[in-house]
Ligand binder design. Structure first.
Ligand SMILES: Cc1cc2nc3c(=O)[nH]c(=O)nc-3n(C[C@H](O)[C@H](O)[C@H](O)COP(=O)(O)O)c2cc1C
Length: 221
């Protein structure tokens, strides 16, 4: 694979990333897509469980099917690549936990004591769910964080995207053979934006969304 380099820095990628509603058919170079995945999937996860799973849809017929599952939103079919971003709830299985342990052990990041801790803590955390009400919330939490990474990394390589919740989960699951224990968290068309983007809708300032020490207490920077 040839080395690929970002075309803009982090601040510019964050400021220039916009939800693209239309794409040119220009393909994403394979090296660029591989680098977007490599960097985007450095996203963090609880116990490093990495429950995200991505179906990379490039086939024109498959994209048309997916567009049909997404209220016919055209960006799904126009984009050269549309990801079906899923979260797999089956991470408490011992084989899966051992694969996470192996990954970290090979890199010298996990010793025997920590491996034992993971073996007991993962199943109990996912059973007791102290900070989430359902495993679906858990898979969405992690997968959407990875999606955020992917979008910013993609933009830094000049690739636009559009996070999407406008789709029928049942239809997507059926059309793409997605198992029951896997949640569809969002769609992410990716490519080169075509039409002028919508005007930037703005973001609330810290006075509205940040609090000081207790919910509702005004925040001053
Ligand atoms: C979880 C999520 C779901 C979204 N679903 C859709 C969608 O189905 N269709 C769409 O056109 N845009 C969708 N958007 C894009 C938002 O409308 C867009 O991000 C928002 O208006 C802010 O615009 P900006 O991203 O260009 O700054 C979604 C965004 C998020 C984060």
């Amino acid at each position: 694979m040839a080395e690929v380099f970002p075309v803009m820095g982090l601040s510019a990628a964050i400021e220039q990333r916009r939800a693209a509603r239309s794409f040119s058919g220009e393909p994403i170079p394979a090296d660029t897509l591989a680098e977007i995945f490599r960097l985007g999937l450095r996203s963090p996860s609880g116990f490093n469980l990495q429950p995200w799973r991505l179906i990379v849809v490039r086939d024109a017929e498959k994209k048309a099917t997916l567009q049909g599952c997404a209220f016919d939103q055209r960006q799904v079919g126009e984009a050269p690549v549309t990801l079906i971003c899923c979260g797999d709830r089956r991470v408490a299985g011992s084989d899966y936990i051992e694969s996470v342990i192996q990954l970290g052990t090979d890199l010298g990041a996990i010793n025997d004591a920590y491996a034992d801790y993971i073996r007991s803590a993962v199943p109990s955390t996912l059973e007791n769910m102290p900070s989430f009400g359902s495993l679906e919330v858990w898979t969405n939490r992690h997968t959407m964080l990875a999606v955020a990474h992917l979008m910013i990394v993609a933009k830094s390589f000049g690739i636009d995207s559009c996070p999407m919740e406008g789709f029928s989960t049942d239809k997507v699951k059926e059309a793409f053979n997605i198992p029951d224990e896997v949640d569809v968290c969002c769609l992410l068309p990716m490519g080169y934006a075509k039409d002028p983007l919508k005007e930037f809708g703005g973001r609330f300032g810290t006075e509205k969304v940040c609090f000081s020490d207790s919910y509702g207490e005004p925040f001053q920077s």
